[in-house]
Each structure stands twice: as structure tokens, then as C-alpha cells.
Design a protein around this ligand. Structure first.
Ligand code: GN1
Ligand code: MG
Length: 370
């Protein structure tokens, strides 16, 4: 570990390196330094099974963080190192914000390449797992602000996971696995019933891709993983910055708006097994929407604002399709704790969708009044 850290252009002398946090995708460590005037750091190994092009991930992150830093400097903000992540360049190539090492190979010969990055640890900051209306409003404002700051980024970002939130692609993936039925689960009656619910809405749910092709719906730089725990707060509950930037890429703004509500406005967890308790929390919806529009309305087009209720429905629908796809594939993508865990997740998302549909007019009226 020391050897890896020494490949970065850090300030200070390493004191110790310890595992940090509970992230499921990347391995994370905290690096403390001896000197009181040198920062501590966070060391992370990028998971190349999920993000095959680590170089693209880090080029995106470099463009995004340097653009946000410029915006904060231009506004005369203080404490900028806590308001945007700072990645440390490699000593060997200062243009690069990562270094590589070789994994030990069991068979002898060359091992696979491991990709590492190092960022400044933000002191006295906290993350949250759940939201109340207050923190949803703050989250909405922060994600809207994040998109607003990136609206004029001068470079085109790469797509770090291809077709990640493309509904047509996700339906095609599902239909292919239904045809092949590798796990022998397609004929289960509950699966058949769910497939009917999905197909009934398929055409409508692919509206974003159609509007994109017609040229009336733009792609903008989005975060694409807008859960509340991807945001740092200070001790006074002010949002400091948005973290976990691996999925930052061009997308319809519906991604950030819809995926936050999918997680934040479900009254229970996404794998809660009692479907009667899966309900859409309209108060969280209202607070988040107010926060989001307060910072994003400067750049949003009418077509984007009008379709926010559609975005709210789209993400539970898409996640239902993705979980069902994984269930029918034999549980290859998400870890499962019991045999039909992925089916329960898919069913939970379908019930969230039903609850959202029941709030359709209320959502539309609320947005129209804002
Ligand atoms: C994955 O690992 P996590 O929780 O950040 C997935 C999201 C899904 C989510 C559902 C790269 O996110 O798209 O919404 O699971 N991320 C990837 O729990 O597939
Ligand atoms: Mg994450």
C-alpha cells in the first residue's frame, strides 16, 4: 500500500493506511499523514469489472472536478478543498490522476492491471443514509447545482458504462433473457404477470430515447448515481459536495432526478418484501423537487420540467426491468441473500411504480405551480 501511495505526488509523510467505509464497488482506504499541515488522503482501487475503462473514468473525473473548482474560485468561495474532490496526479505522469500496479499472478507470468486513485480526505464531513424532507430539499438543490455548474463544461465526457440508463436497451436485454431462459424461471406465474405489467408500459417508458432522437431532449452532464449517501454534509447539515463520480456522464437529466426519488421517496428499502408497505412518499417528492428546481431551472427546458413526473416513474420501472433481467439471468449482477431476492427487488420497484402512478395528477399540479 505504501508503495502505491508513493507513486502519487503527495504532500507529507504517510503515517498509516486503513480500510475506510462500506462501499461495495471500489476498495477504499484512508491514508493519514504525520505532518499537521499535510492533508490526509483516500486511496481507492477502481473496480474494472463494473467500469472497464478506468482511464476514461479518470479523464471524466478530471474534467468535472477541475471545471467545478474553476466555478467555485470565480464565485470567490472559501474552503474549496471541501466543496469539490481533489485528486492527486501520478508522479510519473502529472497529466494522469491514477497509477497502475500489477496483481500477483497465481499462474506465474503477468497479473492483471489494478487501477488506483488518491484524493484529499475531506475533514469533519458526514454522509447520510436516509432522508427527511429537509435533507431531500438540500440534496435536490445540490444535485441541480452540480448539473448547473457542469452545463458549460468544454469537453465531451465519455460514457463510462455504455447505455447505462437507456430504457430501450434495458428492455432489449430483458427480452433476450426471456427468450433464452437460462435459469428456467420465465414460466413462473409471478414472472409472467410482471412481464405483462412491464410490456404494457414499454412504449410509453421509452419516450426519452424517442425525444432524444427527435432532437427535442438534450443530454447533459449528469451524476447518474444520485443516492443521498453520495453527498457530504458539514456538521451544520450544509451540503459540502457531491462524491462518487465514476458514473458522471452525458444523460437526460431525468437520471439524476428520477434515481434520487426512486431511493429517497420509497417509504421502505428497495428490497423490502412486504409489498403493502412499498409506498411513494409525496412529501419527499415535493421537497426534493423544490430544491432541484431552485438550482436547475436556470438551464432546464420546458420539455425537461414537464416530464419530471415521467422521470419519477421511469426509474422504478427501469430498475424493475433490470432486477427482473438479473433474476431471469440466474443472479449474475447483484449479490443475492436468498433465491428469489432479485424477484422481490423487482416486485418492490413495480409496487413503487404503481404508487407513483396513483400520485400522477398531484405531481403534475405541484410542478405546474412551482
Ligand atoms: C447499483 O452499487 P450501487 O448501489 O451504487 C447500480 C445502480 C442501481 C443500484 C440498485 C453501476 O448501484 O444503477 O440503481 O445498484 N449501479 C451500477 O441497487 O449498476
Ligand atoms: Mg455508489
Amino acid at each position: 500500500m505504501n508503495n502505491i501511495v508513493s507513486k502519487f505526488a503527495i504532500r507529507g509523510t504517510v503515517n498509516e493506511i486503513k480500510p475506510l467505509g462500506e462501499g461495495l464497488i471500489n476498495d477504499t482506504y484512508k491514508v493519514t499523514t504525520i505532518e499537521s499541515d499535510a492533508p490526509d488522503y483516500v486511496l481507492q482501487r477502481i473496480n474494472t469489472n463494473v467500469f472497464p475503462d478506468a482511464d476514461m473514468v479518470m479523464r471524466n473525473i478530471k474534467a468535472v472536478t477541475s471545471h467545478i473548482r474553476q466555478k467555485l474560485e470565480a464565485k470567490g468561495e472559501d474552503d474549496i478543498d471541501r466543496k469539490v474532490l481533489t485528486f492527486i496526479p501520478s508522479k510519473e505522469n502529472p497529466e494522469k490522476l491514477y497509477v497502475t500496479t500489477e496483481a500477483p499472478s497465481l499462474q506465474g507470468g503477468r497479473g492483471e492491471s489494478l487501477f488506483w486513485r488518491l484524493m484529499i480526505f475531506i475533514p469533519n464531513a458526514i454522509t447520510k443514509q436516509a432522508v427527511n424532507p429537509e435533507s431531500s430539499r438540500a440534496a435536490g438543490k445540490a444535485f441541480g447545482n452540480f448539473q448547473a455548474m457542469l452545463a458549460d463544461i468544454p469537453v465531451e465526457l465519455g460514457e463510462t458504462i455504455k447505455d447505462f440508463h437507456n430504457m430501450e436497451f434495458r428492455l432489449q436485454q430483458l427480452r433476450e433473457v426471456v427468450a433464452a431462459d437460462p435459469a428456467g424461471r420465465v414460466q413462473e406465474p409471478e414472472v409472467q404477470a410482471m412481464l405483462q405489467e412491464i410490456e404494457k408500459r414499454a412504449e410509453e417508458m421509452c419516450k426519452a430515447e424517442r425525444m432524444g432522437r427527435e432532437g427535442i431532449l438534450p443530454k447533459r452532464v449528469c451524476h447518474c448515481d444520485t443516492k443521498v449517501n453520495n453527498m457530504m454534509f458539514d456538521q451544520q447539515d450544509n451540503v459540502l459536495c457531491v462524491i462518487d463520480l465514476d458514473t458522471v456522464m452525458p444523460n437526460f437529466i431525468f437520471s439524476d432526478y428520477g434515481d434520487f426519488l426512486r431511493t429517497g421517496a420509497n417509504k421502505v428499502a428497495e428490497d423490502h418484501p412486504n409489498m403493502d408497505e412499498v409506498q411513494f412518499d409525496i412529501d419527499i417528492f415535493k421537497a426534493f423537487t423544490e430544491g432541484y428546481l431552485s438550482s436547475a431551472k436556470s438551464f432546464l427546458l420546458p420539455v425537461e420540467i414537464e416530464n419530471l413526473p415521467y422521470a419519477t416513474a421511469l426509474f422504478p420501472y427501469m430498475q424493475c426491468v433490470r432486477f427482473l433481467w438479473d433474476y431471469l439471468s440466474g443472479d449474475k449482477y447483484w449479490k443475492v441473500k436468498y433465491p428469489n431476492h432479485n424477484f422481490v427487488r423487482a416486485n418492490n420497484q413495480l409496487h413503487l411504480l404503481l404508487s407513483i402512478e396513483a400520485h400522477w395528477d398531484e405531481m403534475k399540479d405541484f410542478i405546474a405551480k412551482l
